[in-house]
Design a protein around this ligand. Sequence first.
Ligand SMILES: Nc1ncnc2c1ncn2[C@@H]1O[C@H](COP(=O)(O)OP(=O)(O)OP(=O)(O)O)[C@@H](O)[C@H]1O
Length: 307
Amino acid sequence: MHLKINQAKIGYNKTLISNADAHLNLGEVCLLIGNNGVGKTTLIKSILHQIPLLNGEISINNKNVKSLSVKEIAENIAVVFSKSIVPQNYTVEDLISLGKYIYYPFYFELSKKDREEVFHIIEKLDLVQYKNTLLKNLSDGNLQKAFIGRALTQNSSVIILDEPTTHLDEKNKIIILKTLRKLAQEQNKLILFSSHDWRLAKEFADKIWYIKDGHLYSGVVEDILLQHEELTNASLFQINDQFVAPKIIAPDFYKEMLYSLLQKNFQKDLSALNFEFQNNFWLISGSSLQCQCESFQEIVNFVKTIY
Ligand SMILES: Nc1ncnc2c1ncn2[C@@H]1O[C@H](COP(=O)(O)OP(=O)(O)OP(=O)(O)O)[C@@H](O)[C@H]1O
């Protein structure tokens, strides 16, 4: 079982992503990242065939999603959108039971076997004490888990989640991400999820799909991070147009501190300077100058004397 994107052109009247090629296998967790508006949700909807491709093919298990009925797609892929409508007067158990709906033709009463399975999923997600709690009284973290529970009862091999960690605090983010990883490993699910908290999320993913400049880059997390400097440098925000960073050789934490210090204090091009951290002092050098500074205050004072 695998999900394959083959030479796909994705978008609406306007193309958002061209020549997308990527594939995922069962048991893998993939993080989908990219700036606002690059087309993450559109890609997810294209996989579900809710938005037709402009070109190319997306297939599940070698079957083009275009040829699958809505029911067949639901049997293969469960989806959790971040902006899901919350049926306020449903209990956690009601919501999770809904995942079984695709297997029943009409208004239904769950079979004993399905009820047991729903309970088993409630247990697995650590939601037993909230089983009968109304969704409107649930914390955001537990509500998110309940939506994941609904996706699980669907029994599909693929689970896709659009920003499952939005609005959650750090603790709940980690609970959700750990749950996803565990599902992939223990139940051999293929999990694709998008996130803006990707620095944390990448710790739980095997692969990254990264959308940038209309292109989909896919691969093992560490390969993609190495190939795209802007991802690992993302903490060095450019907030000052006139600032050009000097060359900084230092451990990441020191590098980031020096970068923000200089950016805040100098609207200048500092590219002629080199800063090298030497354990207990900074060595600053330029074409005809050299200086040692032991604190950031000294650095600011020194740079002010040259600019
Ligand atoms: N039905 C539609 N018809 C035409 N354009 C659309 C439609 N839906 C979304 N778009 C546009 O497609 C672009 C990508 O939207 P999409 O929601 O896929 O981005 P995203 O990467 O998920 O963004 P975000 O991170 O902000 O959620 C946006 O410019 C959006 O306005």
